[in-house]
Design a protein around this ligand. Structure first.
Ligand code: HEC
Ligand code: HEC
Length: 278
């Protein structure tokens, strides 16, 4: 008798699942946890990797040639997190790099990429941030930047819309650009030198030593030109290179593991559309 109920319950769940539309909160969870991987910076790491009980509670320090950035707590804790910020204030922090008191956030937070996030997507991100467990975690360290900040990081961001998912290459570009920031990590920008978009060469320093981002353009020798789609997908989801060796951080493989099949296809279509650069 009981078995029958269990089987009926499972059938009901299976039948109901595909028709359930993605809510704003679902979208926000997917963006924060998977595509944008905010926790790659905002969740502190212990000796065994990211600390799940301190999700998004900050506390790590990002070191760079020009700055030392203290990663803040973005959980809803009212005192040490962003619990007292309004939705619009969080939105302005993420897209315009500005705190509620008007002070500017340091450029170690990638708001320059996030300026292009669609309104619906930042709102979804904010909705999800409201639901993560509040963690009390005061920040002992202050960020230090060698270069002074400008008066603002740019004009106010107006309305932004995401490209249609039907245009696979354009949507893949939106994923690889503002959302997952593949292009930010995989492009080295040096003053006075031409920028080779997506051609890699940017160094990352951390407990793993130095890793240098790879060439994602379709160049046949130094890029992904000869890679099969499945090999690119494996590198993104599992951090395994074409020759089978394990890739180093800070690329957020653990988050990308859960990218949807559609988003993966869009990403690969976009990478294949880039001009090849050696
Ligand atoms: C590459 C690392 C990195 C990623 C990825 C990142 N952040 Fe940040 N974030 C930072 C750092 C570092 C700061 C503080 C910068 C400073 O002022 O020195 C910051 C600041 C913030 C602040 C302001 C908090 C405060 O108290 O000042 C918010 C809000 C925020 N991030 C939200 C997000 C969200 C949401 C995402 C994902 C969509 C995200 N961040 C992704 C590194 C990152
Ligand atoms: C935080 C920086 C960062 C982000 C974000 C990032 N990557 Fe990477 N990626 C790297 C680094 C660094 C390496 C090289 C690691 C190594 O050599 O061990 C790498 C390696 C790769 C490789 C393996 C290439 C090869 O030749 O071995 C692929 C493919 C790749 N990234 C694609 C992507 C895509 C697609 C995205 C966005 C969904 C992305 N990356 C986001 C830093 C990043």
């Amino acid at each position: 008798m009981r078995y029958q109920y269990v089987i009926i319950a499972i059938l009901v769940i299976l039948l109901a699942a595909p028709s359930r539309a993605e809510t704003r909160l679902d979208r926000g969870r997917y963006l924060v946890e998977t595509v944008a991987a905010c926790g790659n910076c905002h969740t502190p790491k212990g000796p065994n990797g990211p600390m799940p009980e301190r999700k998004l509670a900050g506390g790590d320090v990002i070191k760079h040639e020009d700055f030392i950035a203290a990663v803040p707590n973005i959980t809803p804790d009212p005192e040490t997190g962003i619990g007292r910020w309004t939705d619009d204030q969080i939105l302005a922090a993420v897209r315009e790099g500005r705190r509620p008191d008007g002070s500017l956030i340091g450029p170690a937070m990638p708001f320059q990429s996030y300026r292009e996030l669609a309104d619906e997507d930042v709102k979804a991100i904010v909705a999800y941030l409201r639901t993560v467990p509040a963690v009390y975690n005061p920040n002992a360290v202050k960020s230090r930047y060698d270069k002074p900040f400008p008066v603002s990081w740019g004009p106010p961001v107006g309305q932004v819309e995401a490209p249609s998912k039907d245009d696979r290459v354009a949507y893949g570009g939106y994923l690889a650009g503002p959302l997952a920031r593949c292009m930010d990590c995989h492009t080295e920008r040096k003053p006075g030198e031409p920028t080779r978009f997506g051609a890699g060469g940017k160094p990352f320093f951390g407990p793993w030593g130095i890793s240098v981002s790879a060439n994602l353009t379709p160049d046949k020798t130094t890029g992904l030109g000869e890679w099969a789609d499945a090999e690119i997908e494996r590198a993104i989801r599992s951090g395994i290179a074409r020759d089978g060796h394990k890739l180093s951080p800070p690329m957020p493989f653990a988050a990308y593991e859960h990218l949807s099949a559609d988003d993966m296809a869009a990403l690969i279509a976009y990478l294949r559309s880039l001009p090849a650069a050696e």
